[in-house]
Design a binder for this molecule. Sequence first.
Ligand code: ZN
Length: 162
Amino acid sequence: MFRKIILNSNPILRKKCKAVNKIDPEIRKLIADMEDTMYENNGAGLAAIQVGVLKRVIVVDTSIDKNELLILINPKIIEKKGQIIWQEACLSVPGFEGTVKRYDYIKVKAKDKQFKDIIVEGEGYLAVALQHEIDHLDGILYIDRVEDDTLKSVNAEDEHAI
Ligand SMILES: [Zn+2]
């Protein structure tokens, strides 16, 4: 089921999300709805807070064929290196993109949807998307990190928002 994406004018997006303690039907439904909502909007990632749920859950899929879904609960960056400059856009900030400096490689510890420990490594676009989504869980938007004067309006159809 699709859920409505919250836009950046809404102060909810500035809240800090709470850790998930267990998998229950509500979390399972949230994850399924987040998958539907991300793919429906051609997004490469979505955080629960973007559908108004203040829990530390993200979904990410940066593959071209949209067949490499990652579901991460309570994600935490445990290693990072390098630097990458990326044009970012966000489903909660429609019609804009801007240049952000991120780590080029990160290693993330999280729980999967069975609540088992997992480690995910990301480079390039995947690393960017993971950092963008994990920022959402702490109320941070990419527009907070954008390089000076690089935020610009774009045709919404050209976006690969995260
Ligand atoms: Zn975003």
